[in-house]
Design a binder for this molecule. Structure first.
Ligand code: MV4
Length: 501
């Protein structure tokens, strides 16, 4: 097993990975930009290496600096988290060339799934259902393909993501314009203007299957996640099981996802995304060749630690179980807590958070990358934390989430906490009847302005006191950094308590 691993990420996911490394007895090396000098992931790691200025292009996206950091720290492997370099095939290959294990899939699998058109062809060959579609090399080609498919159609960028370069086209007379717009948007955003067409699925659900494979070709699935609650192509709430899928459907999707992974020689953790239409048909959308933001809900219902499995596989271990060894228990839901204003189009609202008190208690988990008094930086994704809850069934999981949301205190920055509370009170959502257009369709229910947060004056005092204490502690630590390092940076009170035991 590795003795030391570098975590090439920041925020909550760096914290998440470091925690498992600690549990496995593996040394954790953090990297940080100027904006993250005092970040939580830096504090929790055993050591930390500075990699540049705040801009991601000059720090977290710099493969060369991250490899240098790994070499200088003597790390034997790199966990990329999600985003940044996690789905960069060149980076994965560069790690292996440098003799540093990439804790993720093989570069060839990242590459194979990187092109949507390439992936569609590979998947079709492997017997994975894909949305009926075809080429759109030029406007006349697009017209011919659309006529064959029937309207409405989607124009999509071959190397796209996040809905960029994507257009819904209802009628032939709109096709040429949408083609041109999608083409130039894709060229500008991805450096490749290639687009293609798919038949549009009306109000689909986004359902994805978690897979896990080892280097001997064993692949299993860990059930599904329904990620249909999105805004601007970004997920905000995820749950498992999918309320619209019965056991038989999940079994079929699981088998197909395993087939998809095997077709590209996949190992490590990955996710196969599907669109599920209202008749219960499902179609391959894309494969995410990384650990996903929403992995905690799968951990809740299966009992696995996905990061631990990824590390084991990267070190050459075989999966210690087969498909029959994986059972699902109960239901789980995750709410992404963002520093943003839902009433203003979910506008990011970064800034110094005065106070933060995360909920806890039975069957609630908070994956946070910040601490009281820390800043949500304007340079990065404004995710404050991922709040997740488990229950023996969906109703109990939802009740626990409502309870946890009420307990959450964030002062000083705007958050989407009350959006989550409204969503979890919305009758259609509570009944499990939703789709990828749900937030837009129910904007009146979900975005209505409602001033009072649950934080009362006492909550705020408690939270502010914690924030101030955190600030004092940081100042003290800065003053005595060397001494703290020797003593393991425990506060005097905690140290005295430990010695008395
Ligand atoms: C679609 C679709 C309907 N039909 N493709 C949006 C982002 C990209 N990853 C795929 N997307 C979609 N592709 C066909 N043929 C509807 C969407 C879509 C969507 C998909 C998943 C989650 C949220 C979404 C929101 C709007 C549209």
């Amino acid at each position: 097993m590795f003795r030391k691993v570098l975590v090439a990420n920041r925020g909550e996911i760096a914290v998440r990975v470091i925690r498992t490394l600690r549990e496995m007895g593996i040394g954790a090396v953090a990297v940080y930009s100027d904006a993250d000098r005092t970040a939580l992931h830096v504090r929790l790691a055993d050591e930390a290496v500075h990699i540049g200025p705040p801009l991601v292009a000059e720090s977290y996206l710099r493969a060369d600096r991250i490899l240098d950091a790994a070499r200088s720290a003597g790390a034997e492997a790199i966990h990329p988290g999600y985003g940044f370099l996690s789905e960069n095939a060149d980076f994965a290959a560069a790690c292996e060339r440098a003799g540093i294990a990439f804790i993720g899939p093989p570069a060839s699998a990242i590459e194979a799934m990187g092109s949507k058109t390439g992936a569609r062809a590979r998947m079709s060959e492997a017997g994975v259902p894909v949305v009926p579609g075809g080429t759109a090399r030029h406007p006349a080609d697009a017209r011919a393909t659309a006529a064959r498919l029937g309207y409405p159609v989607m124009v999509k960028a071959a190397f796209g993501g996040g809905g960029k370069g994507m257009r819904l086209v209802a009628r032939e007379q709109d096709l040429a314009r949408s083609f041109e717009r999608a083409h130039s948007e894709a060229q500008a955003a991805f450096g490749d203007g290639t687009v293609y067409l798919e038949k549009a699925i009306a109000l689909p659900r986004h359902v994805e299957i978690q897979v896990l494979g080892d280097k001997e070709g064993n692949v299993v699935h860990l059930f599904e996640r329904d990620c249909s609650i999105q805004r601007r192509h970004q997920k905000v709430v995820e749950e498992t099981p999918c309320p619209a899928a019965d056991e038989r459907l999940v079994e079929r999707m699981g088998e197909v996802a395993v087939r998809a992974a095997k077709a590209v020689g996949y190992f490590s953790a990955g996710t196969v995304e599907f669109l599920l239409d209202r008749s219960g048909e499902f179609y391959f959308l894309e494969m995410n060749t990384r650990l996903q933001v929403e992995h905690p809900i799968t951990e809740w219902v299966t009992g696995f630690d996905l990061v631990r499995e990824m590390v084991g596989v990267a070190a050459g271990r075989k999966l210690g179980f087969d498909q029959r060894g994986i059972r699902r228990r109960g239901a789980a839901i995750e709410c992404r807590v963002y520093a943003e204003d839902p009433a203003r189009g979910f506008l990011p609202c970064p800034g110094p958070g005065a106070a933060l008190r995360a909920p806890s208690g039975p069957w609630v988990r908070d994956d946070s990358g910040v601490y009281a008094g820390a800043e949500v930086s304007r340079y990065y994704d404004p995710l404050i934390s991922k709040l997740s809850a488990w229950g023996p069934d969906r109703a109990v999981a939802l009740a626990r989430m409502r309870r946890a949301l009420r307990e959450y205190v964030v002062a000083g920055i705007r958050t989407n906490l009350s959006f989550h509370e409204r969503l979890l009170a919305q009758p259609e959502f509570c009944a499990g009847r939703y789709h990828t257009g749900f937030i837009e369709a129910h904007a009146d229910d979900l975005l209505a302005d409602r001033v009072p947060e649950h934080a009362d004056a006492r909550d705020l005092c408690v939270a502010l006191a914690a924030a101030l204490a955190g600030q004092e502690r940081r100042q003290r630590q800065a003053a005595t950094a060397a001494g703290d390092a020797e003593r393991g940076s425990l506060s005097p009170w905690v140290r005295a308590h430990r010695m008395s035991r």
